[in-house]
Write a protein of this length. Structure first.
Length: 223
């Protein structure tokens, strides 16, 4: 009888994940994560690809982290080849939360330079969590190719990812600061400043980078 009830609860939760009500979907994802069931993994991953509500997607990710990585990681890695941007982005986000480095080979250069900003940002966050130490310098070089990309949030995400790699990013940032693109130079300079002064704030670091570009000397006072 207990087994039958558990089966009924699982079926009910899986149906509720497709409810028209976001609050019902949220509760269903919470229920699945609270009582993990391997039979729910496929549905959780599928729902991540189409779920419109951010809070529900976060709960779906949490529910997936409650299941065995041996089951979730291969399924999520498969999603990285999806044509849907949300499927790729949410799979990357979930992989970063699971933290299983077996997923590292799936974090390709194509994902790190994906044309969709949300996918790229998720790839950057996942990469710095999953990268083995020996591969970190090459990751830094790939991430540096994205300097100057997008608006404030995208640039801040990239800066945070680079900073997470530590001092090894300094040479690639210095190289970027000598390049021809002023946006790249400014972003690289702001990132280096944040590396050494995390409390400076991104906006301040960008403004300082602009000032240095004009004056040519860091810290020189306006006259």
């Amino acid at each position: 009888m207990t087994m039958q009830k558990e089966d009924a609860d699982t079926v009910s939760a899986l149906r509720a994940l497709e409810s028209g009500s976001s609050s019902v979907r949220l509760r269903a994802a919470l229920a699945v994560g609270t009582s993990p069931d391997p039979r729910c993994v496929d549905k959780l991953v599928e729902r991540c690809a189409v779920e419109p509500e951010f809070s529900v997607r976060e709960m779906l990710t949490w529910a997936l982290t409650r299941h065995s990585s041996a089951m979730t990681v291969p399924r999520l890695v498969g999603e990285l080849r999806s044509e849907g941007a949300q499927a790729r982005s949410q799979a990357l986000h979930t992989l970063s939360k699971i933290g299983d480095r077996q997923a590292w080979p799936a974090i390709t250069r194509e994902l790190l330079t994906d044309a969709d900003d949300e996918v790229a940002r998720s790839a950057w966050r996942a990469a710095v969590v999953l990268v083995p130490e020996d591969d970190a310098p090459e990751l830094a070089r790939v991430l540096a190719t994205q300097l100057g990309r997008g608006g404030r949030e995208t640039q801040l995400s990239l800066s945070r990812a680079l900073i997470a790699l530590g001092e090894l990013i300094v040479p690639v940032l210095r190289d970027a600061m000598t390049g021809p693109d002023p946006l790249v130079r400014r972003h690289a300079s702001a990132t280096e400043r944040l590396l050494h002064d995390p409390d400076a704030g991104f906006e301040f670091a960008v403004e300082e980078a602009k000032r240095v570009a004009v004056l040519g000397v860091s810290g020189q006072e306006d006259t």
